[in-house]
Design a protein around this ligand. Structure first.
Ligand SMILES: [Zn+2]
Length: 118
C-alpha cells in the first residue's frame, strides 16, 4: 500500500482511539462521582445495574482499543492491509469500513461460515 494511504489509515485509527479513550475517561468519572450521590438502597440497586452496563460497554471499548493498537503495530511493521489468513491485500473499501480488520473479505466470510456451523 502507498505511504500516503497508510498515513490516512494511521490517522483514522489514532482518531478512533482518542475518541474511545475520551469516552472511557468520561465513564470512569461518571461512575466515581455517582457512587457518593445515592444513599438510598433502591437507587443503589439501579445504579449497580447501570454500572454493570457501563462495565460491559467498557469491555467492548477495551477490546476495540486493543484491536486499534494491533492495527497501528501492523502499520509500523509494514503489514497493514495484508490478510492474516491468506496473505492477500485487503481491499481499501473494506479497510475504510473497518480499519482494524485483519482478514480479507473472503477469509472473513469463511470464518463466519465456520462459526455458523459450530
Ligand atoms: Zn484472506
Amino acid at each position: 500500500m502507498e505511504a500516503e494511504k497508510i498515513e490516512y489509515f494511521r490517522n483514522v485509527l489514532i482518531d478512533e482511539m482518542k475518541s474511545l479513550l475520551g469516552e472511557a475517561d468520561k465513564t470512569v468519572t461518571e461512575m466515581t462521582s455517582d457512587a457518593a450521590n445515592f444513599p438510598d438502597p433502591t437507587d443503589r440497586a439501579t445504579q449497580e445495574s447501570d454500572r454493570n452496563f457501563e462495565l460491559r460497554i467498557r469491555d467492548r471499548e477495551r477490546k476495540l482499543i486493543n484491536k486499534i493498537k494491533d492495527a497501528l503495530e501492523r502499520i509500523d511493521a509494514g503489514e497493514f492491509g495484508i490478510c492474516e489468513e491468506c496473505g492477500e491485500e485487503i481491499s481499501e473499501a473494506r479497510l475504510k469500513a473497518r480499519p482494524v480488520t485483519t482478514l480479507c473479505i473472503n477469509c472473513k466470510m469463511e470464518e463466519e461460515e465456520k462459526e455458523r456451523r459450530q
